[in-house]
Design a protein. Structure first.
Length: 105
């Protein structure tokens, strides 16, 4: 008799063209608005617009905000630490993509 294993995966697909307000990003990332404003000040997030009421965040910002929230909560990183960790994760992803392209070329 064989066993059946079921794995549940939960996720949200967000188009990059979607533009969220700071309140919507706060709700979606489970992060307080003041923390999001700190991430913007530190360069973790780059919204369109010049003032917080006018800010609009892309789908990529949601992914980045969720990662920043996990780093803040799970590893207890401060805001500059989150910015550094995200920069390093971006660099790792860029290098992996480059390596993948070179190996396929």
């Amino acid at each position: 008799m064989s066993e059946t294993h079921i794995t549940w995966i939960e996720g949200t697909v967000v188009e990059n063209e979607v533009h969220m307000t700071i309140m919507e990003l706060s709700q979606a990332s489970h992060s307080p608005e003041d923390l999001i404003m700190s991430w913007v000040s530190e360069g973790v997030l780059s919204p369109a617009g010049s003032l917080p009421p006018d800010w609009r965040f892309s789908g990529d910002s949601l992914k980045r905000a969720k990662t920043a929230a996990r780093l803040t909560h799970d590893l207890e990183l401060n805001i500059p630490g989150v910015a550094l960790a995200l920069d390093l994760l971006d660099e790792i992803a860029r290098l992996r993509n480059q390596l993948h392209r070179e190996n396929l070329g």
